[in-house]
Design a binder for this molecule. Structure first.
Ligand code: ATR
Length: 307
């Protein structure tokens, strides 16, 4: 397990001591994460003696890593690729957001009295679902209701996006995933929760208003495109959203821009899921402007790139 620490100290922030509270993000890979920059800036802005770290945790070690954070008194965790579904089984309790959207991207460690003894339990939340919609509205000015959407990916992030888009009453959802059985399982869950939602597993025959990449393809420079260009050409999409934010312009977004689509990367989604996680951990309103500026500086001005 390797640790990557960014911006551990911000000017004006209380020095690290025995009272410091810690949060962290776990992912595999993790080097691309801009979450430490965003959360440490927010802690500093509020004068909190809190720090946010990033750890590369292999999926086989996720249980031990969550347990480690719990016993060491961490305040909370974020989980990213590929942990959001695995974590459903590893926490002590699920908040209704995690139950509803079927994935955990945020954990809060809470004290609960058990048999007269204080015990810390891990509670799983999902802050991605609302963040997706906030980011799509903010960055692409999209009216989701009655939009036709092609969604690539049916892992933790894809599943959450699919369910949330159904809740927003999109006109039709097309689900594509490397492992088709996972896309079919998501379609079945949509039919169960939202019986009137039109959902198809596979590429559409005609154009869509929005294409979303919720796969991890694009994180690495030599990754292939997440879509089969023989089955769907980018000029059939009005807008393209990539949940990846580093690199700031993935090969998919570059191709989409060249095809004349409106495009946005995943920075807005990262911001909004992070702001909600911040509020869940600290109980204080998130300083959204500070967090946005920290993210933009980190992603658009830094020389650190993904692995
Ligand atoms: P997260 O929790 O962030 O969504 P995940 O659950 O591991 O992470 O999901 C990763 C997504 O990227 C999945 O849709 C995965 O496809 P599979 O379900 O077939 O695994 C997709 N993905 C990852 N690597 C891929 C690759 N090389 N080609 C195509 N899809 C890939």
């Amino acid at each position: 397990m390797a640790a990557y620490k960014f911006h551990v100290f911000q000017p004006g922030q209380p020095a690290i001591n025995a009272d410091t509270r810690f949060c962290a993000v776990y992912g595999f890979p993790i080097r691309h994460s801009a979450s430490p920059a965003m959360h440490n800036a927010a802690f500093a802005a509020l004068g909190l003696n809190w720090r946010y770290l990033a750890f590369e945790v292999h999926p086989d070690d996720l249980r031990a890593a969550i347990e480690g954070a719990r016993v060491m008194g961490f305040a909370g965790l974020n989980l990213t690729v590929p942990h959001k579904l695995l974590a459903l089984e590893l926490v002590d309790a699920l908040d209704k957001s995690a139950r509803k959207w079927g994935a955990v991207n945020t954990i809060r460690f809470e004290s609960a009295g058990v048999d007269g003894r204080a015990k810390i339990r891990a509670v799983g939340f999902n802050t991605d679902a609302d963040a997706i919609v906030a980011a799509l509205r903010e960055d692409l000015k999209l009216e989701l209701r009655r939009a036709r959407v092609l969604l690539l990916g049916a892992g933790g992030a894809g599943r959450t996006a699919a369910l949330k888009l159904a809740a927003e009453k999109v006109a039709e959802l097309f689900l594509v995933n490397r492992t088709q059985s996972k896309a079919r399982a998501v379609a079945a869950e949509i039919k169960r929760q939202f019986p009137s939602q039109r959902v198809t597993v596979g590429y559409p025959e005609s154009g869509v208003d929005l294409l979303i990449n919720a796969t991890s393809l694009g994180l690495k420079p030599d990754d292939k495109l997440p879509l089969n260009k023989k089955r769907f050409s980018l000029d059939q999409a009005r807008a393209v959203y990539d949940m990846i934010y580093r690199p700031a312009e993935t090969a998919l977004l570059k191709a989409a821009r060249k095809a004349g689509c409106q495009t946005a990367n995943g920075l807005g989604m990262l911001l909004h899921q992070g702001a909600r996680a911040f509020e869940i951990w600290t109980g204080k309103p998130a300083p959204l402007g500070v967090m946005r500026r920290a993210l933009e500086a980190e992603v658009y001005q830094s020389t650190v790139h993904g692995p």
